[in-house]
Design a protein around this ligand. Structure first.
Ligand code: ING
Length: 337
């Protein structure tokens, strides 16, 4: 019996700075119902799906940014989404800004801020939480930038690793589910940590500007989408898993985010893609047993991986310069190793 699941991505169009959470939740419930009508048992919503992408706005006093965070989940504003999903018997992924009371690395209880995503089961249980590890951008106002990207100002680095859980979804006793958020998709390490836990479906939300705002040089706009798809397709192929990637798209407060939400299979093929930059549902019928082929042949990790050769991956952070080659016995120069 095939382990098939209709997976949906609910891409969101723009959410303006002035729009209340209830408006976004109303739109999301509409998308949930459209996905249900197409037979979907699991829906992926974007990163920071309840508000505008606020890291583009500078708050001198970080505490002012707390208005963008959720102190409880579900909250009064998000409870209707949880209730409707439960009524429809659907699981979902939701990205949001989390304000948490949690111990820090020293074990000290503190108020902490994370870019967070959760997986919620068809009966409303929160199966898993993930807090974004790869925070792009910068922490202080950068006058060179046309638009700020202050994720390093408002969020701490996630402290939950990249967890995977086997949990029930409609029609299936257990699916190996994992998450990553936006910039994480560009880092192969994130995919491999999930792959080493036998992940079958990666839920991924993103808010990605259409234009490069780094002051580091020109990047042709079409490359932004290419790099997003390249990262997700490679991650799926190299870890023999599905991914469902949900964009927040369109122009928010004058800043354009690209759409192109996709669902990708374990062969790295795009099997569904959004064509608008607004609220849109895409679905794909995912046979989770398709993960077996890659995992039992090319990417049979237990047979083919050589961790003893990978020390640099966790042993260092930045890149180092390589040794310089010299001709053996050359003009006095010794051949460096
Ligand atoms: N956004 C972008 C992302 O990684 C970015 C930031 C875009 C970084 C392009 C580098 C290149 O898709 C978030 N929210 O991570």
């Amino acid at each position: 019996m095939a382990r098939s699941l209709v997976v949906a991505v609910a891409q969101l169009g723009p959410i303006q700075k002035s729009e209340p959470r209830a408006l976004a939740v109303g739109r999301m419930i509409g998308l949930l119902e459209r996905a249900h009508a197409r037979g979907a048992g699991f829906v992926v919503f974007p990163e920071l799906a309840l508000t505008t992408f606020f890291p583009r706005h500078y708050h001198a006093d970080r505490a002012e940014a707390d208005v963008w965070f959720e102190q409880t989940m579900p909250s009064a504003e998000t409870a209707p989404l949880f209730a409707r999903a439960r009524q429809l018997g659907m699981g979902f992924h939701l990205g949001y800004a989390e304000l948490a009371r949690a111990p820090d690395a020293a074990g000290q209880m503190r108020t902490r801020h994370f870019n967070t995503a959760i997986l919620v089961g068809p009966e409303g249980d929160v199966f898993l939480k993930y807090r974004k590890v790869h925070l792009p951008g910068h922490a202080e106002f950068d006058p060179r930038r046309a638009v700020q990207h202050l994720e390093k100002r408002y969020f701490e680095v996630g402290d939950l690793g990249f967890p995977v859980i086997r949990a029930p979804l409609p029609g299936l006793d257990g699916v190996n589910l994992g998450m990553m958020i936006c910039n994480d998709r560009r880092w192969p390490e994130a995919w491999r940590v999930l792959g080493l836990q036998s992940v079958e479906l990666v839920a991924l939300g993103y808010n990605t500007p259409s234009l490069n705002q780094e002051a580091g040089g020109f990047e042709a706009p079409h490359l932004r989408v290419f790099h997003s798809h390249l990262s997700i397709q490679a991650g799926c192929y190299q870890n023999a898993c599905f991914a469902a990637a949900a964009a927040k798209a369109g122009v928010e407060d004058g800043c354009e985010l690209f759409g192109h939400s996709i669902i990708v299979n374990p062969q790295g093929e795009i099997i569904a893609q959004a064509s608008s930059w607004g609220d849109e549902v895409i679905t794909a019928d995912c046979d989770l047993d398709l993960c077996r082929l890659g995992r039992s042949t090319i990417f049979a990790f237990d047979r083919h991986r050589r961790p003893e050769a990978y020390g640099r991956i966790t042993g260092q952070t930045g890149a180092t310069d390589p040794p310089v080659w010299r001709r053996p016995g050359g003009d006095g120069g010794s051949s460096e190793k």
